[in-house]
Write a protein that binds this ligand. Sequence first.
Ligand code: ZN
Ligand code: ZN
Length: 361
Amino acid sequence: MTDFRARQQQIAYVLADSGRDAFLVTHMPNARYLCGFTGSSGLLVVGPRRRTLITDGRYTGQARQEVQGANVVIAKVAALAAAAALLSDNRHSALRVAIEAEHMTVAVRSRLRKLLPKKTSIQDLSSVVERARMKKDAQELKLVRNAVVLGAKLLDTAVAAIRPGVAEAAVAAELEYAARRAGAQEMSFPTIVAAGPHSAMPHWRASARPIPRRGFVVLDFGVILAGYCSDMTRTVHVGKPTAEMRSLYDVVRQAQEAALEAVRPGATVGEVDEAARSVLRRARLDKYFTHSTGHGVGLEIHELPRIARGEKQVLEPGMVITIEPGVYVPGRGGVRIEDMVAVTASGCEILTPATKDLITL
Ligand code: ZN
Ligand code: ZN
């Protein structure tokens, strides 16, 4: 069972350390992480001792069933107004209220300002819950593994659907249909099927354009299962690859494997990024590697840490990240290979069970 109280306590310590009296958690994945509530509307007030989940009448049953370690308030007014009333209450009046600066709009912040007494200050706090979420506990790792295994099974479905003349979107449709049939709640992001020249665009999605007779097809997809996301990329080739295209693939694979080798506790994410980048640099392809090497994954598809150039975050056991270098040669084609990995006590465990040999169709 998930120990929500321990998670809340961890946040309460950070609050106390930074001299805040209360914390308004308005980003729903963070509220879910702290108290188990899966609804899409509401907020969590974290005080030194009391935690209160405020939501509305649509979620009465769900909140009572899911929320742990926090009082549930079903508000008749807007959740923000109910939170402000709670924070203005004399018995536990909060003078310094922290908000999730990355997640609150300017409009909501000014509404909150009007709702709170003048003596109460609103203070920006960044990434507090996000940093706690970087390290997954045993239960979370199990849920991540389940999502990754389900996600990886979809590769065969996608590969079977790829033929010259078939629309990219039709391949995505087959994959997503199979995902739902297999029990996925939803896709963790819009499926990428990028064929031929589109493969040179890292974030192409899946268009009505037909797959050409020859060229790479980048497949990047993931599912959400029990709240946790999967994320993987494989690049296949339609028709016989030229020697140039085959070597492009091989270099990306070497870069990806070099980065995987670099994943271990104590390494910085910048070192992992550099491991991939240096392989591409030796092959004079680094200028075509236009994004970062990876990102954390969990309740959200993009979480901390960012595996990017120069970043100093140190890897710790329990972190779950992607390793996904790619090269994108405009007009020619692109290749990306992405696995999810968990940092272990001694190195890393590759979670994604799928071959990296070039599949040609
Ligand atoms: Zn991906
Ligand atoms: Zn990714």
